[in-house]
Design a binder for this molecule. Structure first.
Ligand code: C2E
Ligand code: CA
Ligand code: CA
Ligand code: CA
Length: 281
């Protein structure tokens, strides 16, 4: 290991070595977590604009040796290493299993199951057959399932678009996650023709701030809602934390609400109780 000063040809900065080791360690930790089935799902309720429970989003969870590890941290690694395919199958399978038990108890107003799906998963030849198998094994109809396409790469290859078409033909709903940020742009509305857009929480956070109103941000959100309505696309606001934000969204015609104000992500056993309570009142 050569110092970056001095005459040596090979210059590994100690920091670089540390980064490699840390990454390797993190990778091993995730691999072990997969092998030992330590990942689990949380469910966050989604409400219509009148605060009726209508859906739930599945969110991956992992508790590491030093506390919870955020999916925002491990999903990119899991995607880079190809582990996303196995992990994605776990998410689908667990979500179908959990929701099947709900469906057996509560067939009157079936909830929509909204599952995060990495764009990388769409590229895998086993993805679609696996989904078909799940539908054949469970009582959940495709029309009750929504895939939230989260992306760290551009979603525009023929492979992606073809798979999205197949999913829509099957009757599955397609949502564009984090709409308005990153790659999730207007061209997607034409290429993908999503059923739903989820307006990113960075926009929602700045809505209806009493102390320092951000009018331009509000204009942007209002235009997204109008545009979606004109295209026949439903809208979900994510990260709704305050009553003024909720009221603003109600006044501007947002269709669905998700956020800590109405419900945090929770283990399935907790979510089951929320469902029971909401259907008994
Ligand atoms: P996302 O899909 O945009 O999920 C919403 C994130 O916002 C979640 O973070 C959720 O816990 C958080 N959130 C919900 N309501 C509020 C709120 O009112 N305030 C604030 N501050 N945050 C709120 P989480 O669970 O840490 O997930 C982060 C990201 O990881 C997700 O963002 C998604 O992109 C990815 N992810 C999670 N589970 C999966 C999965 O199963 N598959 C894939 N491919 N990605 C996943
Ligand atoms: Ca999502
Ligand atoms: Ca999102
Ligand atoms: Ca996000």
């Amino acid at each position: 290991l050569a110092r970056s000063s001095g005459k040596s040809q090979l210059c590994y900065h100690p920091q670089m070595v540390m980064d490699v080791l840390r990454r390797q360690h993190f990778y091993n930790l995730l691999r072990d977590a997969m092998d030992e089935k330590q990942f689990y799902l949380a469910y966050q309720p989604i409400f219509d604009i009148n605060q009726k429970l209508v859906a739930a989003e599945t969110l991956l969870r992992l508790n590491g040796p030093n506390g919870a590890i955020s999916p925002a941290e491990f999903i990119p690694v899991v995607e880079r290493t190809g582990m996303i395919h196995d992990l994605g199958e776990y998410v689908l399978q667990q979500a179908f299993q959990d929701f099947s038990s709900l469906y057996r108890q509560n067939l009157e107003s079936p909830l929509i199951l909204s599952i995060n799906c990495s764009v990388h998963q769409l590229e895998h030849p086993k993805f679609y057959p696996y989904l078909l198998k799940l539908f054949s094994q469970h009582i959940i109809p495709p029309s009750q399932v929504k895939l939230e396409l989260t992306e760290t790469v551009m979603l525009n290859s023929a492979v992606h678009l073809e798979m999205i078409k197949k999913l829509k033909d099957l009757g599955v709903m397609i949502a564009i996650d984090d709409f308005g940020t990153g790659y999730a742009s207007f061209t997607y509305l034409l290429d993908i023709r999503p059923d739903v857009i989820k307006i990113d929480q960075s926009f929602i956070r700045k809505l209806a701030q009493v102390d320092k109103p951000d009018r331009d941000n509000e204009r942007i959100v209002a235009s997204m809602l109008t545009l979606a309505r004109q295209l026949g696309i439903s809208t979900v606001a994510e990260g709704v934390e305050t009553v003024p934000q909720l009221q603003w969204l109600q006044q501007h015609g947002c269709d669905y609400i998700q956020g800590y104000l109405l419900g945090k992500p929770m283990p399935f056993v907790e979510f089951e109780k929320v469902v029971k309570y909401s259907t008994s009142v």
